[in-house]
Design a protein around this ligand. Structure first.
Ligand code: PHE
Length: 470
């Protein structure tokens, strides 16, 4: 048995809150609500829930168990499982390496909006073209991106318990309370539009919850399923080595089964609350045509909603962006930690040195990507049909291309080469009960590999080619 590392999480709560901090990120806030609104409301919610307890559970359990059993981060963890599979560890390591180039940029955008609302400039932020003018400018996105990057680096520099755990213990409860306040407020909204129609928050909420089966053909159902699956494993931060690294810091007496369940519940609850806050707000003020995905949802549509709320708007806006900044920061920290931990294992250098070097590298990268809409602007067509700039390309390669392939390979490795018992033994360590063991075996050997294979075909655009969709 590998011995426990020094300097890990203080206990189960510390681990769960840090892992939840990683899982809860901008994906919960700007992607989940959009997908739910687009993909049939309650129908998407039901599918997502089923996937969380089957799929999400399997991938999260695997990552955390690999980490705790090997006491290593991705590269050496996979190498320890099977030396020939070290390459999988290396590909896994590449995901945070790529994500880190742009996550602080997004964090910087959020930070900028906190400032904008604090100095009372919210009305300007709701104006057309404000966001575009901001991200295409040459100083402000760089400055805010660097601030966010430096705060992230400072937390990682301070170590697992004193840096990461401490900041999650502080931020996650506040985030949770804030999101509940905004969500409840969103339900009380009511507004009469220019068309003379009065829309209420409760109607928006009903739209979110009600399964909408109209127009759901088998192929549409299938694409909703793939949407939910892609969202799920991005949201749980699995298949990018982050949960392996965090798992390697967990003490042997912690019950991993309970921990996995708690992380799943927390991440899903926050995603659900984000939908409960965003869908009714957008619905009340602009009807659901105003529902966009990604940055334009929170940086373009929501500022208009905040303005329409009147006097209380800027207050809600500050709450919202601080909440989003906390979500992004605890995720960004986990990305940098996964890189740091791997580099410490490769170089045998102490944390502080490694963090300093990585900070310099990523400050440069953050600045470059932040300038990806101005100085370094270019556009290419991505294999899945979308066009992307620098940031989108990094995102596409890490999330759409690498992550499904990593999950596919790791489920094959666990399911068929080392065998699921390897994971089950870790889950049962110290007499703990692995409740969903049978399901885990079936999922890891059969269901996951097949679904991950289909998902990789879809995200590379091959699936559409094969079936002649466009
Ligand atoms: N899980 C995070 C989210 O839902 C995303 C994330 C990406 C976290 C990369 C860490 C690293 O937004």
């Amino acid at each position: 048995m590998a011995k426990e590392k020094k300097g890990g999480f203080s206990g189960q709560f510390g681990f769960v809150i840090a892992a939840a901090g990683s899982a809860v990120g901008v994906g919960n806030i700007w992607r989940f609500p959009y997908l739910a609104a687009r993909d049939g409301g309650g129908l998407f919610l039901i599918i997502y829930l089923i996937l969380v307890v089957t799929f999400g559970f399997t991938l999260l359990t695997s990552d955390i168990a690999i980490g705790r059993k090997t006491q290593k981060s991705s590269i050496y963890a996979y190498a320890q499982m099977r030396p020939k599979w070290k390459f999988l560890g290396v590909i896994t390591f590449l995901v945070p390496v790529l994500i880190m180039t742009y996550y602080a940029v997004i964090g910087g955008w959020i930070t900028k909006y906190i400032f904008v609302y604090l100095i009372g400039d919210g009305a300007a932020a709701a104006g057309d073209g404000y966001f575009t003018a901001f991200i295409t400018s040459k100083v402000s996105p760089v400055v805010f991106g660097l601030i966010f990057m430096l705060v992230t680096a400072f937390i990682v520099y301070n170590g697992v318990e004193k840096g990461i755990e401490r900041c999650s213990r502080f931020m996650m409860p506040i985030l949770f309370v804030m999101i509940i306040i905004i969500a409840i407020y969103a339900l009380t909204l009511s507004h009469t539009g220019a068309d003379g129609v009065t829309r209420t928050g409760l109607e928006g909420f009903a739209y979110y919850l009600k399964p909408d089966l109209s127009g759901v053909t088998p192929s549409r159902f299938f694409s909703i399923l793939l949407d939910a699956m892609g969202q799920l494993f991005f949201s749980l931060s699995v298949s990018m080595g982050i949960m392996i690294t965090y798992g390697s810091y967990v003490k042997k007496d912690v019950d991993l089964n309970q921990s996995v369940t708690q992380i799943e519940i927390f991440d899903t609850l926050v995603a659900f609350l984000a939908g409960m806050m965003i869908i009714p707000s957008i619905y009340v003020f602009s009807g659901l045509d105003g529902m966009n995905a990604g940055p334009s949802l929170i940086f373009i549509s929501l500022p208009k909603v905040f303005t329409a709320m009147g006097k209380i708007g800027p207050v809600i806006a500050v709450l919202f962006f601080v909440m989003a900044a906390f979500a992004a920061l605890t995720s960004c920290v986990s990305v940098l930690e996964a890189i740091t931990a791997n580099c410490m294992e490769i170089t045998h250098k102490p944390r502080k040195k490694v963090t300093l070097v990585l900070t310099v590298i990523y400050c440069v990268m953050t600045a470059v990507v932040a300038l990806g809409y101005s100085i370094f602007y270019f556009e290419i067509k991505l294999p899945n049909g979308a066009t992307g700039q620098l940031l989108d390309i990094m995102d596409y390669v890490s999330n759409n291309l690498l992550m499904p392939i990593i999950s596919l390979l790791s489920t094959i490795l666990i399911g068929w080469i080392v065998g699921p018992k390897w994971v089950a033994d870790e889950m049962e360590y110290g007499g703990k009960k692995f409740h969903r063991k049978k399901m885990y075996y079936v999922m890891i050997r059969f269901v996951c590999p097949i679904m991950m294979f289909i998902l990789s075909l879809q995200s590379t655009g091959l699936l559409a080619k094969i079936f002649g969709w466009n």
